[in-house]
Design a protein around this ligand. Structure first.
Ligand code: SUG
Length: 445
């Protein structure tokens, strides 16, 4: 068996982190709309979370924030003149587009791409399909720069295949790894890939909130990655209606264990049977289900119990669940988490991490990271300058504390000085990460 590890690539939180209420169906985003954010605290929280994982012995990489405000996008809408004039005119004539162009949403790297490890792909390379994030305007602006970042992190085309996003149409709406769980006995062995969809492309969708992932998008990713054993499952309709905008709000899995809420899937028994059949000859999946009677869906969503990182810490037999502090602060979710850890099941420990700034936009610990299973040779081929070491953590913490504001209201997004600060920060970041000039559109002139 080839030895492989599960690395994390986290989205570094950008200087325009704000609460603009851009995501219908994401209850935290709607609830906190208009509140003041603290981008400096946000980036430091994200960096500290990355360091926690690196300190546990798991390879940790950094995905750089995107250029925001996104002036090139506003220019495609016909706004012209200097960059300042483009920004000002957009905020006057089309404020909803201007707000979308300012979002720091690329921080949620679980939505960056779907990843297939080499053990599961037909050609033995690691495959990435950046998510088109078609459902929300602000997120649909991410995939090109995401592809650039993934190419910078995984540069060797003999080992890594970074595809284009699927066509950005409603039929192929794709939200990446937030709707994907890979189960296996060991990271280096072939596994079973669970892809969860909310609606079918050619069927009418009725519900209070959008279903962001189509079944057809999952099919297309399976085909283009040459993905081995895959299982497609329908997301629970009641879960979506309750505010589960991605499956990872009610489900997380690692190795042979799937930890999920009772309402996660439309057909829970059928989904489990299909996973068991797909895993035959490889491993015996373990399902840890939390019953609705033990945790209401509203508590699962507000506490983000399931939007946790489920990891095997090197040297430990049982898994560790790394939850947001909101899980600890919710008595019902806390009781469930502690109960899971004290049972004799596969999860042996629960830890808590403070990512409150991101949480208030519906982004928990699991949203902030993209998991990439890498063999030792693939890990060695990844861009070492983007790997979080103590030195890089220190340098980025100073960088964030220097450039980022500690208070930002949605109205401040129109401030032309914010554009100057963001570009200054990103320019320096490209040097820290060794990305070279031209990584960002504003650097290409
Ligand atoms: O897509 N929030 C993100 C949160 C993404 C969470 N990711 C996962 N569950 N994997 C979203 O809804 C809110 C931005 C705002 O309202 O300003 C936002 O985009």
């Amino acid at each position: 068996m080839t030895h492989a590890v599960e690395a994390n690539a986290d989205g570094l939180i950008g200087p325009t982190h704000s609460y603009a209420g851009l995501s219908p169906g994401n209850l935290a985003s709607s609830l906190n709309r208009g509140e003041a954010s603290n981008p400096r605290a946000a980036v430091l929280q994200g960096l500290d979370k990355m360091k926690r994982l690196a300190d546990l012995g798991l390879p940790q990489f950094v995905l750089p924030p995107h250029e925001r405000p996104n002036i090139p996008f506003l220019r495609t809408l016909g706004f012209a003149g200097s960059d300042d004039q483009v920004l000002e005119r957009a905020w006057t004539d089309a404020p909803s587009f201007a707000a979308a162009a300012c979002s720091a949403s690329p921080m949620w790297a679980a939505n960056a791409a779907t990843v297939t490890p080499s053990a599961d792909s037909a050609d033995g390379r690691v495959h990435f399909t950046p998510a088109n994030l078609h459902t929300n305007l602000h997120r649909s602006l991410e995939h090109e720069q995401t592809k650039r970042a993934l190419n910078a992190l995984f540069p060797d085309p003999d080992r890594f295949a970074v595809h284009d996003a699927l066509s950005s149409v409603a039929h192929l709406a794709d939200e990446g790894a937030a709707n994907h769980v890979r189960l296996c006995r060991d990271h280096g062995e072939p596994g079973v890939n669970l892809l969860v969809w909310g609606r079918e492309a050619f069927q009418p969708w009725e519900g209070p909130f959008p279903a962001r992932q189509t079944r057809e998008a999952c099919d297309a990713v399976v085909r283009r990655h040459g993905m081995g054993r895959s299982v497609l499952a329908q997301q629970g309709r009641a879960a979506i209606a309750g505010g589960t905008f991605h499956n990872d709000v009610v489900c997380v899995g690692s190795l042979d264990t799937l930890f999920h809420h009772e309402l996660a899937f439309e057909d829970t028994d059928g989904t489990r049977d299909t996973i068991r059949r797909a895993a035959e000859g490889l491993f015996d999946p373990i399902f840890v289900e939390v019953a609705l009677s033990d945790l209401a869906l509203a508590d699962a969503i507000s506490s983000y119990l399931f939007n946790s990182m489920l990891v095997r810490v090197p040297g430990e037999d049982r898994l560790t669940l790394i939850c947001p502090t909101e899980t600890r602060d919710n008595p019902r979710a806390h009781a469930v988490a502690e109960g899971v850890a004290s049972s004799n099941g596969p999860i042996g420990r629960v830890d808590y991490v403070d990512v409150r700034q991101s949480m208030r936009n519906g982004g928990g610990p699991a949203c902030l990271r993209l998991r990439v299973v890498l063999t030792d040779a693939e890990l060695a081929a990844a861009n070492a300058a983007m790997r979080l070491t103590d030195e890089l953590h220190g340098a980025l913490s100073v960088w964030g504390a220097t450039w980022y504001r500690d208070r930002l209201t949605p109205a401040d997004l129109a401030d032309p000085q914010l554009l100057v600060e963001s570009r200054g920060a990103l320019d320096e970041l490209t040097q820290i990460l060794g990305l070279g000039g031209g990584f960002y559109p504003f650097q290409r002139g």
